[in-house]
Ligand binder design. Structure first.
Ligand SMILES: CC(C)(COP(=O)(O)OP(=O)(O)OC[C@H]1O[C@@H](n2cnc3c(N)ncnc32)[C@H](O)[C@@H]1OP(=O)(O)O)[C@@H](O)C(=O)NCCC(=O)NCCS
Length: 369
């Protein structure tokens, strides 16, 4: 296929089922459910404008696909618009012709149009995505737990069922300091994702106080990737899960969940600090403005953060530093690099910058695509 003939486009509504078939054939062979059930808010008619396909010359056969799923993430001092990219795949017969490159460029352009601050994706093809400016960044803490202390709230009730009021789940979810904006209907769809278990904990008066979700389609089996509730209640629920299911689970949580991390590390067989995903800054100026506002909320009004001739200049007052590479900057903004680890930032300035960086961020299991 000639490069100029490769024109990515959004599927028409009548093509959605064909897209689902293409994705199932290439990414979900031998599973009993359509991939749209796994990603109900991404592979859906409501998100068609953010899907990008390339077909053969007859326009009949889909050769390649990628999608963008934008969402809003609330953190204590800033609201971010994040674009998640997923289901990037090319038919084996059409690989190495630049098709995924075109679809990715199209998704990145869509993220730009929709004013996403940054883009995140999950893949083990790091080198492929580095060419587009993605870098492994952010944190994902995981703890393998096989033994838990006895349940503290003995008169509370526990349940393993997806038949729960989505509004009650959403209420607990919204108590996280970092969360994405979800509707009750979206939570309802997430609760119906196949091959997942939802565990809940209730007061004797039938009030939901904690939930935990294991599995998500073909992914995250034996991983608790979604949860909500106070730390003691979530730990009680975890004790119930381990005791009733009689197998170890890996609990995933964000960097900023300090109390929970401390408690989990005391009971875990082993733990790991991984990356949140491959992240690309989409609009440097807009993100820099948001970061400076976060510093302002902490009382610092003289933070410098700008891009000049491709280099990033940052610092406090007149104490300025340069990073030549945006990838290094991504790791500084989202972690895991700490300001002190850079080795060249003066102590006073490092102390100020660490008030806000790394940004607290977590893209919860149900939001990943
Ligand atoms: C990874 C994947 C999506 C790439 O799709 P693709 O359409 O082959 O991608 P491209 O053609 O744009 O680029 C692939 C490679 O071909 C090279 N390439 C692009 N155009 C080329 C051309 N005309 N001639 C030769 N090579 C070319 C690219 O530089 C790239 O090189 P790299 O692998 O060394 O980075 C595809 O291999 C795939 O579907 N894999 C299985 C699913 C998967 O793993 N998806 C990722 C998880 S979401």
């Amino acid at each position: 296929m000639e490069d100029s003939n490769i024109i990515p486009r959004s599927p028409a509504p009548v093509e959605l089922s064909k897209v689902v078939d293409f994705l199932n054939k290439n990414l979900r062979l031998n599973v009993a459910w359509p991939i749209s059930k796994e990603y109900p808010t991404a592979v859906s008619s409501a998100n068609l404008h953010n899907m990008s396909i390339i077909t053969d010359e007859s326009a009949d056969k889909i050769l390649s696909h990628a999608l963008l799923r934008p969402f809003i993430c609330k953190t204590p001092h800033a609201i971010f618009k994040i674009g998640a990219i997923g289901s990037v795949v090319t038919d084996p017969s059409a690989r190495h012709q630049g098709l995924s490159t075109k679809n990715l460029e199209n998704c990145i352009a869509k993220a730009n149009e929709q004013e996403c601050d940054f883009i995140i994706l999950w893949s083990d093809q790091h080198e492929f995505y580095r060419k587009f400016g993605f870098e492994l960044a952010g944190f994902e803490h995981s703890f393998q737990i096989s033994q838990t202390p006895p349940i503290v709230n003995k008169d509370f009730k526990f349940m393993k069922s997806t038949r729960i009021d989505p509004a009650a789940i959403l209420k607990l979810y919204n108590q996280h300091t970092v969360n994405s904006v979800r509707t009750v209907d979206e939570v309802h769809q997430y609760l119906n994702i196949p091959n997942a278990n939802v565990f809940t904990m209730w007061t004797p008066q039938n009030q939901l106080v904690a939930y935990a979700v294991e599995g998500k389609g073909i992914d995250l089996q034996n991983y608790i990737h979604e949860w909500g509730g106070s730390v003691p209640d979530v730990l009680d629920l975890l004790s119930y899960i381990i005791q009733s299911e009689k197998k170890p689970y890996t609990f995933m949580c964000p960097h900023h969940s300090t109390n929970l991390k401390n408690r989990l590390s005391l009971m875990s067989d082993f733990s790991n600090i991984g990356f949140l995903g491959l992240i690309k800054i989409n609009n440097f100026e807009r993100l820099a403005l948001k970061i400076k506002k976060m510093f302002l909320a902490e009382g610092y009004d003289q933070i410098i953060l700008e891009k000049k001739n491709g280099e990033i200049i940052f610092g406090h007052k007149t104490d300025l530093y340069t990073l030549k590479n945006e990838a290094d900057f991504v790791k500084l903004v989202f972690g895991p690099t700490s300001i002190k680890e850079l080795g060249f930032v003066a102590n006073d300035t490092a102390q100020v910058l660490e008030k806000v960086l790394p940004l607290p961020l977590w893209v919860w299991g149900w939001d990943s695509v």
